[in-house]
Design a protein around this ligand. Structure first.
Ligand code: FES
Length: 267
């Protein structure tokens, strides 16, 4: 039998035998995620131009306190600490934000892109030890299983926003009419993509699949499991599509509110 010697050689940072452009994907992800974080942070701090007619930006939904007619509990409360900047988005965005940050797909993506751990498969990384997600601080990523439930509630709330985006007030008479505008389609597409992303969550797959080490025999659970598994197989696709759609929906409402574009009523 032929014996092939195995050499235990640790690669230096970026060293690899790969000949393909392995750096392209992590570089692209770095740019795309950075752009999203910069835009979302900027939009969240604006506290303006987040609503237009029946449309509400998904970054500001649900609007608990705020100046628009969509606010559930009225304007900025008296007790709000003066030193803290106020924006309805800052109150709610940590929930979907942490859901996305702790997502299994995004973890794999930003570990590679942002701290090169490793930069790509079979490419040398800049550190010698691997502590993994079993110890602090990455063990906190396990909160994903709780944030999934919150994200499911957000999907219901955003779907409610789409329903409200179907009712337009006549500026002359004040009467409300059923209708569809481009903004309705933008918000509707966003909630569909967000739902496909959230319902394809790895945790939800376990929840609907059955108990520990045992698949459920219930036909309803089996059907739900196959649906969630189907979405989970395209989780990466929906992760990116929903990221783009949520940003586009905010931008659309913002530009309409600023008078830079006009919302087209389809009927
Ligand atoms: Fe990505 Fe749960 S694994 S949302």
């Amino acid at each position: 039998m032929q014996v092939i010697p195995v050499v235990d050689g640790r690669r230096g940072f970026g060293q690899t035998a790969r000949r393909d452009a392995w750096w392209k994907t992590p570089a692209l992800i770095f740019v795309a995620l950075s752009l999203f974080v910069v835009y979302a942070t900027w939009a969240a701090f604006q506290n303006a131009h987040y609503a237009f007619g029946p449309y509400l930006s998904p970054f500001y939904s649900p609007e608990l306190f705020g100046a628009s007619s969509h606010a559930w509990l009225g304007p900025k409360p008296e007790w709000w600490p003066g030193l803290l900047p106020f924006s309805p988005a800052l109150i709610i965005l940590p929930f979907p934000g942490l859901f996305r940050l702790t997502c299994y797909y995004y973890r794999g993506a930003y570990y590679k892109s942002f701290w090169a751990d490793p930069p790509a498969c079979a490419v040398g990384e800049p550190r010698k030890h691997y502590r993994g997600e079993q110890s602090f601080p990455l063990i906190l990523q396990n909160i994903h299983r709780y944030f999934m439930w919150v994200a499911l509630v957000f999907i219901a709330l955003l779907a409610w926003d789409v329903w409200k985006a179907l009712w337009f007030a006549d500026p002359a008479t004040g009467q409300v009419h059923f209708g569809v505008g481009v903004g309705t389609l933008v918000l509707g597409t966003n909630v569909v993509l967000l739902a496909c992303y959230t319902w394809g969550c790895h945790v939800l797959r376990h929840v609907v699949g059955g108990r520990l080490n045992e698949m459920s025999k219930s036909p309803v659970c089996e059907y739900a499991y196959s649906c969630v598994s189907g979405l989970n197989g395209r989780h990466q696709l929906f992760a990116w599509c929903s990221l783009v759609s949520v940003m586009s929906a905010d931008l659309y409402v913002r530009l309409c509110s600023m008078g830079m574009i006009h919302d087209l009523r389809l009927f």
